[in-house]
Design a protein around this ligand. Structure first.
Ligand SMILES: NC(=O)c1ccc[n+]([C@@H]2O[C@H](COP(=O)([O-])OP(=O)(O)OC[C@H]3O[C@@H](n4cnc5c(N)ncnc54)[C@H](O)[C@@H]3O)[C@@H](O)[C@H]2O)c1
Length: 362
């Protein structure tokens, strides 16, 4: 896992750069609607333009909840619920997800599409996506085409593949800018690219050479890569002025002790990710850019299989370390990530959320 070659050149797929006309049209719309919103002086704005000018104003579908109930008139037909149609909806949103060729990242990307996202850009190392990824993309397209994603009729549901290395800061910034230029917005980001050392690192004998070869490589992807990914998306969120949600993938191993493991660089990297999220949250809050982290315990993905499968009995022991008595599934992160990306979590920032099945090390 750690010996992957660097991929210095960003190669956005042809799909990701092809249709220039719709982009121009969207940017034109963006400019028009921003101009319209700026003209309004007397009444509070409650239109779709609201989100374009300030993240501090209420979204156009407000009031919600009790305020909506109290505003309803007994003489008119009941107003519809907003909780799933609006607060949890990602309709028309655009997202960047790193490590989204497989595992947790790909699961997050598809969850965004199901919740209505217009396009999710999946950044990962392979030059071209494999068959499984392509099949997921076709599924997403079919859902949206049938009007069955959270966007309803007319949803695009595009999964776009981008070959890039999260350790390449210039490359990642270019990826972010290309997405911003093309889509005219950036709403959500999940930094899910990550690596685990191929072998345990016994702390008393971990040599300087091993530290350089293994630990630095882990920190490089898990910390620098998370920062560069968050920068790539965050710069575009700041550019469009609508705020946004950045989600960093941490781990229970960044918090507490994990008995019978010797992965100090991984644990240190995930502790750093937790603080990175809090620090970025403080700095970006005034721009309405929320930054949170998620801390899963053991989730069945290729990364976890690589750890468990070589050691007899490891899977059983790992399952028993969870209060729920089992390892988690990647799809069990769908709820929390959609919630964090959506307006439903609009007052959450600088927080970490355990998805751990009651892991004993937490
Ligand atoms: N699976 C778990 O049990 C678990 C638990 C806690 C946290 N996490 C974290 O969740 C995230 C996703 O893990 P996963 O289990 O899906 O792992 P995974 O190995 O299955 O997927 C990780 C993806 O990241 C990509 N990647 C690695 N280095 C990259 C780079 N330099 N640039 C771009 N992409 C790169 C890989 O190619 C891969 O597709 C990681 O940050 C991991 O540390 C996983």
């Amino acid at each position: 896992m750690l010996s992957r070659p660097r991929v210095p050149n960003i190669s956005l797929s042809v799909r990701a750069i092809a249709p220039a006309a719709p982009v121009r049209a969207r940017l034109q719309l963006l400019r028009q609607s921003t101009a319209r919103a700026n003209l309004s002086t007397s009444t509070p704005l409650r239109t779709a333009d609201d989100r374009l000018t300030s993240h501090t104003k209420l979204p156009p579908y407000h009031p919600v909840g009790v305020a909506r109930a109290l505003q309803a008139s007994p003489t008119t037909s009941p107003v519809g619920p907003t909780i799933f149609a609006h607060e949890f909806s990602l309709a028309d949103r655009v997202a960047l997800v790193s490590g989204a060729h497989r595992g947790i990242g790909l699961e997050m990307a598809l969850a965004f599409i199901e919740a209505g996202a217009r396009a999710v850009y999946c950044v990962d190392l392979p030059k071209t996506p494999d068959e499984s990824w392509v099949k997921v993309r076709e599924h997403a397209r079919a859902l949206a085409g049938a009007g069955r994603s959270g966007a309803g009729a007319g949803g695009e549901g595009r999964l776009e593949y981008v070959s890039a290395d999260v350790r390449d800061q210039d490359g990642m910034w270019k990826v972010g800018k290309t997405i911003g230029d093309r889509e005219g917005r950036m709403d959500a980001c999940v930094a899910a690219a990550g690596v685990l050392p191929a072998r345990p690192e016994p702390c008393l004998t971990h040599s300087a050479e091993q530290f350089q070869a293994v630990s630095v490589a882990v920190l490089d992807v898990n910390v620098r890569g998370a920062l560069f990914t968050a920068q790539a998306a965050g710069q575009q969120m700041a550019r469009f002025g609508r705020g946004g949600s950045v989600i960093l993938m941490a781990s229970v191993m960044g918090h507490g002790m994990s008995k019978d493991t010797a992965f100090m660089s991984y644990s240190a990297s995930k502790s750093a990710v937790l603080q990175l999220a809090r620090s970025m949250a403080c700095e970006l809050g005034p721009q309405g850019i929320r930054v949170n982290s998620i801390s899963p315990s053991a989730i069945r993905t290729p990364m976890m299989e690589n750890v468990l499968s070589p050691v007899p009995g490891a899977e059983k022991a790992m399952a028993e370390a969870h209060v729920l008595g089992r390892i988690g599934r990647a799809d069990e992160l769908r709820g929390v990530v959609v919630w964090l990306a959506s307006d439903a979590s609009s007052f959450c920032t600088g927080s970490d959320f355990f998805v751990s099945g009651g892991y004993q090390g937490v």
